[in-house]
Design a binder for this molecule. Structure first.
Ligand code: NAD
Ligand code: TYD
Length: 343
């Protein structure tokens, strides 16, 4: 079995590649990643010792490259994407290009090799904000920002290739992931690393937006199950049952690193901020999947990882990131760097 893992130098893709090297040691794992600001060779540095593991730097929109790699594979798992909602609000060109055109480029290659299984990694954000209840796989799509709209576009394309050409397509839609190797622009690693640097944490709006927090390993086990057992043409939600308002997650993060609530800054909200995501995942449960550990324990593991791996995240928070942070936060209503410690 040879699997192409696109975006495998990012957060979830690298955790998935690591899971494959341990759970499916006889498989060949080929990571293809453009190494954008979010891709990091250090995320997969430990995997290079495995005989079956290889890494290629490249763009999923590059048809010639895809033609050279994909035909020798048995499956493609497409994690590659632009993934940060706030960046998509600042400009969506890269999102449309990678998330939609990139998926289409690979589908076009797979179309010529229909024995290959194509797994599209999607998100609960395609269902949009839910006032009540939980989205099942047939809930209508209602994406609320350019990131989720691009992901929804890719899902529809992938399904259309299944229906029109019989391609062996499966889709996973997971809730918010957290865990080791997450780029520190997303809320959990941003808040943890800010606090470890003695900086405040910028909480959007009233802090009452709800996300369902899924430990990255649980998501990766779900993706592997769908890769192996998912029914062609089907979509599988992957949620965790950890629906919490951001303020509650923030309080748990503060506690995990021993910081006080004085470090919270309520800042101007994200435009169009989806209020609540919520998933049903009985379809994946029917294949035998369950989220494993409890949220508090997983958060503690994550906090310890960021505390112990400053050498991983400190370089990421310099350079491009510093400029991004200045643009994104420093002019925002409610933001201030002053802390009780700094006076
Ligand atoms: P990430 O931003 O950490 O990683 C994305 C990776 O894709 C990076 O390594 C980047 O270099 C690579 N990439 C970007 N453009 C590329 C291109 N044109 N060609 C090749 N590689 C490219 O993202 P993540 O959080 O690991 O998310 C992975 C996937 O899971 C995405 O498809 C995302 O939409 C989906 N997802 C993420 C979450 C979450 O909470 N993080 C939740 C649900 C779904
Ligand atoms: P994020 O990690 O960006 O994931 P997504 O928007 O894809 O769900 O944000 C998670 C939640 O945290 C979301 O409700 C927005 C909020 N948030 C903040 O309050 N402050 C921040 O600085 C960031 C990045 C997010």
């Amino acid at each position: 079995m040879r699997v192409l893992v696109t975006g495998g130098a990012g957060f979830i893709g690298s955790n998935f590649a690591r899971l494959l090297t341990s759970e499916r040691p006889s498989w060949e794992v080929v990571v293809l990643d453009k190494l954008t600001y979010a891709g990091n060779p250090a995320n997969i540095g430990d995997l290079r010792v495995f005989d079956g593991f290889s890494f290629l730097q490249g763009d999923i929109c590059d048809r010639e490259l895809a033609n050279g790699i994909i035909p020798a594979c048995d499956a493609v798992v497409n994690f590659a994407a632009e993934t940060h909602v706030d960046r998509s609000l600042a400009g969506a060109d890269d999102f449309v290009r990678t998330d939609i055109l990139g998926a289409n480029t690979m589908l076009e290659v797979v179309r010529r090799h229909p024995r290959i299984r194509y797994v599209q990694i999607s998100t609960d954000e395609v269902y949009g904000s839910l006032a009540a209840g939980s989205a099942s796989e047939d809930t209508p799509l209602n994406p609320g920002n350019p990131y989720s709209a691009s992901k929804a576009g890719a899902d529809l394309l992938a399904l259309s290739y299944h229906r029109s050409f019989g391609l062996d397509v499966v889709i996973t839609r997971s809730s918010n992931n957290f865990g080791p190797y997450q780029y520190p622009e997303k809320v959990m690693p941003l808040f943890l690393t800010n606090l470890l640097e003695g900086k405040p944490v910028p909480l959007y709006g009233d802090g009452m937006n709800v996300r369902d927090w899924l430990f990255v390993e649980d998501n990766c086990r779900g993706v592997l199950l769908v890769l192996e057992k998912g029914v062609s043409g089907e979509i599988y939600n992957i949620g965790a049952g950890n629906e919490l308002p951001n303020i509650q997650v923030t309080m748990m993060i503060l506690e995990a690193v021993g910081a006080s609530k004085e470090m919270i800054r309520y800042v101007e909200d994200r435009p169009g901020h989806d209020r609540r995501y919520s998933l049903r995942w009985d379809k994946l449960a029917a294949l035998g999947w369950r989220p494993r550990a409890d949220f508090a324990a997983q958060l503690a593991i994550t906090a310890a990882w960021y505390r112990d791996n400053r050498a991983w995240w400190e370089p990421l928070k310099s350079g491009e990131f510093r400029e991004y942070y200045r643009r994104m936060y420093e002019g925002r209503r409610g933001y201030s760097e002053a802390t009780p410690a700094s006076g």
